[in-house]
Design a protein around this ligand. Structure first.
Ligand code: GAP
Length: 458
């Protein structure tokens, strides 16, 4: 079986309508990507899986949809204005700018540059005579910090007092609504607030397709809890994340934990789950013990008491927060890499097949009349019935073999062919994408079977 490279993946996504270059007709805008019809379905299915796993299935779990634009004091309080930055240096010869920790990690995956200070990185670059990957010179500026938030102006005058920011993470929308949710849902600790939404970062070295972009989507989940219970909840969410990915069809051997040495300004402990992409291990999730940092800071800056009153002990305190965060685009990319295959069949034929979990497949069923003139009407009747239950397509052009292949290539797990027997006794031939085996079923059985096999319920 052929190994799928990043170039293969970009080509596949473009050819089959999963992901296109952003603003393509204007030659694009670097590192922006638009999801096409199938990519959008896949992304939505991953978000539905998250909603099922994090909001629906958990106790005391609530979803919000906060605005992207927030009062700028939020970012002062959260620490993002002062310390949400990346270490950068420029090549003095060719003027290319690099994110130093990424550059060092790429050169030597053992050093874990995210644990180094700016001074340590500068010293490492000099001592190891690091060369510019673009021009080969060893002549860099010192390492300095560069803030990642996108700033924009509110109103018509261009003054710093009008500066507002595109959120760099969803989490703050959940923190500033802590009291609102607690009050309206009469929530008792521990409880969770989750959100799915866009985030923006002025990443200086974006790349690897949708893995690192300047606009991306997050699924973030914050558990508010009492100090003392935080470490247990932190451990629970590390495992919960692993199980979530396995439920999406990512195998355990392609996933690993990476505990952080250097912690973000808000964290007491942090651990990523990484997936083995073709370019190396890449973070797709993070679990963070954010302590009471965020709510304490928002209390200070807003002059509002973001406290919880425990009526069993008569105590008032600021809760701790355990964060479990997922990058939607990275999860989509991992699922695509895990599923896409070029398979050689008996007889030497090659088929492109997306062996994606039926739960996530953009289209669940493909309806195919064997002979359009004779079976088209019946096939259309069954298509109209099935599409009320799940995403269904109807395909009448080309040989039946070609139509099966088209469905395989976009990951449609089931196809039915409609023939004379369907007209006589109502049965259809159900074909399985992965095994390519076929069997006869009634239409009622078919609908129940697909609903059961595409459901997240376990
Ligand atoms: N609220 C915490 C937070 O934002 P993070 O580790 O910086 O933590 C969370 O980001 C997740 O968002 C990451 O695990 C990753 O999946 C995704 N992510 C972060 N930066 C990204 C980028 N530039 N492009 C795509 N996804 C990104």
């Amino acid at each position: 079986m052929k190994k799928i490279s990043m170039d293969d993946m970009v080509g596949y996504c473009n050819q089959y309508g999963f992901i296109f270059q952003g603003s393509e007709i204007y030659d694009g805008l670097a590192n922006t990507w638009d999801y096409g019809p199938l990519g959008t379905r896949l992304k939505n299915n991953i978000k539905d899986a998250w909603r099922y796993y994090f909001i629906q299935r958990r106790n005391n779990s609530f979803e919000v949809d906060a605005d992207i634009l927030m009062n700028p004091t939020v970012w002062k309080a959260s620490g993002h204005l002062d310390s949400f930055s990346d270490p950068l240096m420029d090549c003095k010869e060719c003027k290319t700018r690099f994110r130093v920790d990424n550059l060092l990690d790429e050169l030597d995956s053992e050093i874990h540059a995210d644990g180094m200070s700016m001074e340590e990185m500068s010293a490492y670059v000099k001592e190891h005579n690091i060369k510019c990957p673009k021009c080969g010179a060893s002549n860099f500026t010192d390492v300095r910090q560069f803030n990642l938030m996108f700033a924009t102006q509110r109103g018509v005058t261009d003054t710093t007092t009008n500066t507002i920011y595109l959120r760099p993470e969803n989490a703050q929308g959940e923190y500033v609504n802590f009291l609102n949710v607690q009050r309206t849902m009469r929530a008792k600790l521990p409880f969770g607030i989750g959100q799915i939404g866009k985030a923006f970062r002025n990443e200086i070295t974006p790349g690897n397709f949708t893995f690192r972009t300047i606009e991306f989507e997050q699924m973030e989940y914050q558990t508010f809890c009492k100090h003392g219970t935080d470490e247990e909840i932190y451990d629970e969410f590390k495992e919960y994340g692993m199980n979530f990915f396995k439920m999406l069809g990512l195998p355990g051997e392609k996933l690993r934990f990476h505990d952080h040495e250097k912690l973000a300004h808000y964290a007491k402990a942090a651990c990523d789950i990484e997936y083995a992409f073709p370019f190396g291990w890449g973070e797709i999730n993070g679990t963070h013990n954010r302590t009471d940092f965020d709510l304490t800071r928002h209390s200070e800056f807003s002059n509002r008491k973001l406290e919880y009153f425990d009526n069993t002990t008569n105590e008032k305190f600021i809760p701790y927060i355990i964060e479990s965060t997922y990058g939607v685009d990275r999860v989509v990319l991992a699922v695509l890499f895990e599923s896409l295959a070029e398979e050689e069949l008996e007889g030497g034929d090659v088929r492109t097949v997306l062996r994606i979990s039926p739960k996530l497949a953009p289209i669940k069923l493909n309806v195919l009349p064997v002979v359009k003139k004779r079976h088209g009407e019946k096939a259309m009747e069954i298509y109209n019935l099935c599409k009320r239950h799940f995403m269904t397509t109807y395909d009448e052009t080309g040989s039946i073999g070609k139509r099966y292949r088209r469905g395989d290539a976009i990951g449609t797990p089931y196809a039915i062919s409609i023939d004379d027997e369907t007209i006589e006794d109502g049965t259809v031939t159900l074909r399985d994408r992965d095994t390519m085996s076929q069997r006869k079923v009634s239409v009622d059985e078919l609908i129940a079977f697909i609903l059961e096999n595409t459901s997240f319920i376990e």
